[in-house]
Design a protein around this ligand. Structure first.
Ligand code: SF4
Ligand code: SF4
Length: 291
């Protein structure tokens, strides 16, 4: 995803657009390609696609509304609303990539950190606070300290303006605990958690296969507690909006009891309904799908 967003601008910087078009008069800009932009605002085949949280900040800051903003944000709202909001965090956000690099560094250095998990709901409050502050100071506040923008600007323009935020995230990862920023602080994560609570891509559990080793909870990048209802047999999927559908728990499970699936089976009743993933599938096909 990082390459996808960075390549058009880098290619323009290297003069590749000019070479492709071949004309002397052509101005080599990324706009000549089918895709360019950033995670906040991009253009796909001439259509503008906007980050809905950035749109909310602009609405709050400008105290105005343009229907074009809503049209631009709609594709993102629909995709993440249907798939799973925090799939953005698991699969798209470059901060996750940075944190995975820190994970590897920690493992290589044998750095053991006592995990001190912060309440994950804090980030929803941070998101609300960012919107309120944007209205108060009449500017989109998250853009001032967003590590996502910092990574993009660093790669594309060699900017070090966001280095402090990135350094703070790395230090906290090394001395405090895994994914503190993503789990508890990031307002974008808070926004996507709320947006994707009814997402259709879920982790499913086969209770009969589970040997209760807890490897999945230890691997979870969002918060181990989101797996608790499924592991306790109270649910057949990981339902929490915080699940990023990252699949780390699926990879970690030694018993093959977890898998990523599509659908929204009703909550509860797992044991009574046969205690297996097949029961989940049957339930989903039977029409008991809740939004
Ligand atoms: S429950 Fe599994 S898929 Fe969801 S965030 Fe945790 S590790 Fe990733
Ligand atoms: S890793 Fe697999 S077997 Fe172990 S507790 Fe989680 S679901 Fe059960």
């Amino acid at each position: 995803m990082l390459v996808l967003f960075c390549l058009p601008l880098l290619a323009a910087g290297w003069g590749l657009f000019g070479q492709v078009s071949g004309g002397d008069a052509a101005v080599p800009t990324p706009a000549e390609g089918v895709f360019y932009g950033s995670l906040s605002s991009s253009h796909v085949g001439g259509v503008t696609v906007l980050d809905p949280f950035a749109v909310l900040q602009v609405i709050a800051a400008s105290k105005s509304f343009d229907v074009a903003w809503l049209v631009g944000a709609l594709p993102v709202l629909v995709v993440y609303g249907l798939v799973r909001g925090r799939a953005f965090c698991g699969w798209v956000c470059p901060v996750n990539l940075l944190c995975e690099a820190v994970d590897r560094l920690r493992a290589k250095l044998g750095l053991r950190v006592t995990e001190r998990v912060l309440p994950r709901r804090v980030k929803v409050g941070v998101a609300a606070g960012v919107l309120a502050l944007s209205a108060l100071v009449s500017m989109p506040v998250f853009e001032l300290f967003s590590p996502i923008s910092a990574i993009n600007k660093g790669i594309l323009f060699g900017s070090v303006s966001g280095a402090l935020t990135l350094a703070a995230i790395v230090v906290v990862e090394c001395v405090w605990g895994r994914r503190v920023w993503c789990r508890a602080v990031c307002p974008l994560g808070g926004f996507y958690e709320v947006l994707g609570r009814a997402g259709l891509v879920n982790v499913r559990i086969d209770h009969a296969a589970c040997v209760h080793c807890d490897a999945c909870s230890r691997a979870c990048l969002a918060d181990p507690e989101i797996l608790a209802p499924a592991l306790a047999g109270d649910d057949v999927i990981v339902r929490a909006g915080d699940c990023m559908a990252c699949g780390a728990c699926v990879d970690a499970c030694p018993a093959g009891a977890l898998r990523l699936g599509v659908g929204r089976p009703s909550a509860g009743g797992a044991r009574a309904k046969g205690d297996t993933c097949d029961a989940v599938g049957a339930e989903g096909k039977g029409g008991e799908v809740s939004a």
